[in-house]
Design a protein around this ligand. Sequence first.
Ligand SMILES: Nc1ncnc2c1ncn2[C@@H]1O[C@H](COP(=O)(O)OP(=O)(O)OP(=O)(O)O)[C@@H](O)[C@H]1O
Length: 469
Amino acid sequence: MDHHQHSIVSDEVSVNGFKTSLTLTTDGILRWSDRGPHLRQLSVEKEVVGFSTSGRLITVRALVGQRSLVRKRFVFEPVSDDSLRNLCDKIQGYIHSLGRPKKLFIFVNPFGGKKSASKLFTNEVKPILEDANIEFTVQETKYQLHAKEVARSLDLSKYDGIICVSGDGILVEVVNGLLEREDWAAALKTPLGVIPAGTGNGMIKSLLDSAGEPCTPAHAVLAAIRGHKRSLDVATIWQGETVFFSVLMLAWGLISDIDIESEKYRWMGSARIEFYALKRILQLRKYNGSIRFVPAPGFENVGEEIGSCVDSMEPLKPRPHGYQGPKVDFKSFNWRQLNGPFVSVWLHNVPWGAEHTMAAPDAKFEDGYLDLIVMRQCPKLALISLMSKLNNGGHVKSPYVVYIKVKAVILEPGPRAGKSTKEGIIDSDGEVLARGKGTYKSNLKSLMVYDKLQVVVDQGLATLFTPPV
Ligand SMILES: Nc1ncnc2c1ncn2[C@@H]1O[C@H](COP(=O)(O)OP(=O)(O)OP(=O)(O)O)[C@@H](O)[C@H]1O
């Protein structure tokens, strides 16, 4: 390729005393030679985080590498002040044209995951933001729902995005807070990002994995800095007056029992999940109940047809302010039904439920559907083998698993088969929505009761920072 023909700027500089020309091409490649003289290059869009000048030196700051990103600095000394100005203007102009965020609001949850979010922010996130000349305001979350409160009233005109240095929990709070605002529609256009620092990092894992990138804090920061965006479906879950907005998942049965009850074994560390999963499979529970659903096109043959379900659909009560739920005409839907007993019922909005759990390999961020994964009958040995496939999504191919896409669900959870005094747990995005009778910590108050609840997904309501795919 003739570099000059495609160059935005090309000027003489010295690099460690070695004279070379520094060229920025129209396709965003910064090129020069070093002492070798080897041709060196950086993709401004992919690798360059920012640059600064001091005297006549230009320092270009980059994150380079594939599986692990390393902060690097490249120092160039232009031969004249004119050349310095020219190079700076052109590089700055190119970076500016990329539409990257300039100001970010950052939540840090000091108590998330391994309680290392504050350290992670200081050591790994802040230096990159400074390299990128991004201004930021940091808010440590002081209590549960603090992030939701802040998101509800934050002056969003001051920021180009909100970043959560946390697990999925804070992101979910932020989405719920934004949806309660008068200006919810505009507020939901604010791009949201997560830097993985919690126990559950399903959203950022899903985003990075869909771009073939590993789930590391540096990759997550780079995704936010580069400023690419994508829309995200949001599910409204309601029961009577109570509403919860979910962006990740809802679980009932085996998976929520493992997630929630394994807390008893926290002292075991990360082994608690495997240990408790095995215990739950060996003493397998099944739950009575039913799931009525509106299938996505292509899944109309699953379950029994029940026609319109509009009579049993409780409309979402008007809310004092904010988003009023998805606008859908339930009359026009053809509902279908699956009856229990169920081993496990799972609804998923994105592929990864946690960093090592690819619950719904076909889930899409913005297709307007949720993936429904249902298991009814399954021999224990097959179930153990299924659980071992959760890290690559292989479980959905099993003949014991129903895997479809749905627009809406009415979940009627019942008691355990053969043990009518015991009910189950329903959780969504790390929040226990309902604890039935006789469940672990059933005396704790939860958002909803263990009874009928309704879920409808709205397409592309929220906005996320994403690596380009
Ligand atoms: N200062 C605080 N004290 C107690 N709880 C808090 C505080 N700040 C945030 N939280 C709560 O911590 C929960 C977990 O948040 P986060 O998203 O960081 O992690 P997670 O991976 O979802 O969960 P985990 O706590 O298992 O790591 C959220 O529900 C949030 O409300």
